[in-house]
Design a protein around this ligand. Sequence first.
Ligand code: PMV
Length: 325
Amino acid sequence: MKATAVAPSNIAFIKYWGKKDEALRLPLNGSVSMNLSNLLTTTTVEFNKNFKKDIIIIDGKRDLKEEGRVINHLNRIRKIAKIKLKAKVVSQNNFPKSSGLASSASGFAALTLAATKAAGLNLSQKQLSILARQGSGSACRSIPDGFVEWLKGEDNETSYAYSLFPPSYWKIIDVVVIVVKEEKKIKSSQGQKIVLKNPFLKTRLFYIKEKIKKIKQFIAKKDFPQFGELLENEALEFHAIALTSNPPIIYWQPETLKIVHLVREWRNHGLLVYFTIDAGPNLHLFCEEKNQQFLMKKLKFVKEVKKIIVNYPSEGARITDKHLF
Ligand code: PMV
């Protein structure tokens, strides 16, 4: 009873921030994202009667902070599969954990697929998305392929993600620009709680349906400038909400702001590039395929840039036979 899955991280164009149900991780609003080809988690899960307890190894070591959450997720799966066996879970990220690059999304998507398969279950994509959501909200968007919408839904059964368009639909590039490598100090799960008392959240939620409709239209039409304008507007709004929460959450570092200004300057000089930023200091820069080399050249001369990861739209979680143990 061993299975291995690979799952991509995803970047939200319209972001999920705030839950209406903490235990089930039901979001206050829907969101739209793209799966990322080069930010991957591989996870092998084995259920075995010889195991006395669950063993969780992430990036080569035991991670006591994450262990409880992973075991809770295994328990959900054991309950569905009606098994009591303990598991060994080995998980490997190909990017720095907790740097705002959403390792929990790829992590819980890979865990969901690998553990359900290892437990002998054969769930539909919708069922996998529902289950992944309960491990980490944004993980539900790493299950389907390409460009994805997470329907906020009303309850456990209606809140899941599905594919809007396959990865090949639109050749846009997400250049992840890492300016700070340290783990972030405020976990997104904490931020998601704090935001509930933010008076500006109401206004955000009032307009967000329209934003989701628009971003889907711009993707459908492959209208890059309109898509990019909305992408930035949403990123800035998300950080405005984080900044005005109590206590405030300041994800940006000076290097983040430096790149924000550079992107705007490059755009003023004709290079169509737009940014978005998740719950951390690093940035995702979007351009069309034809401008990729030009953007890379520009970034080469920016001293704040520590590392670059180029991503294309990607397929979602999938099974592989390359086990980690
Ligand atoms: O799934 P979580 O709890 O890590 O929250 C993700 C929150 C953002 O990345 C900031 C936005 C999003 O929709 O991915």
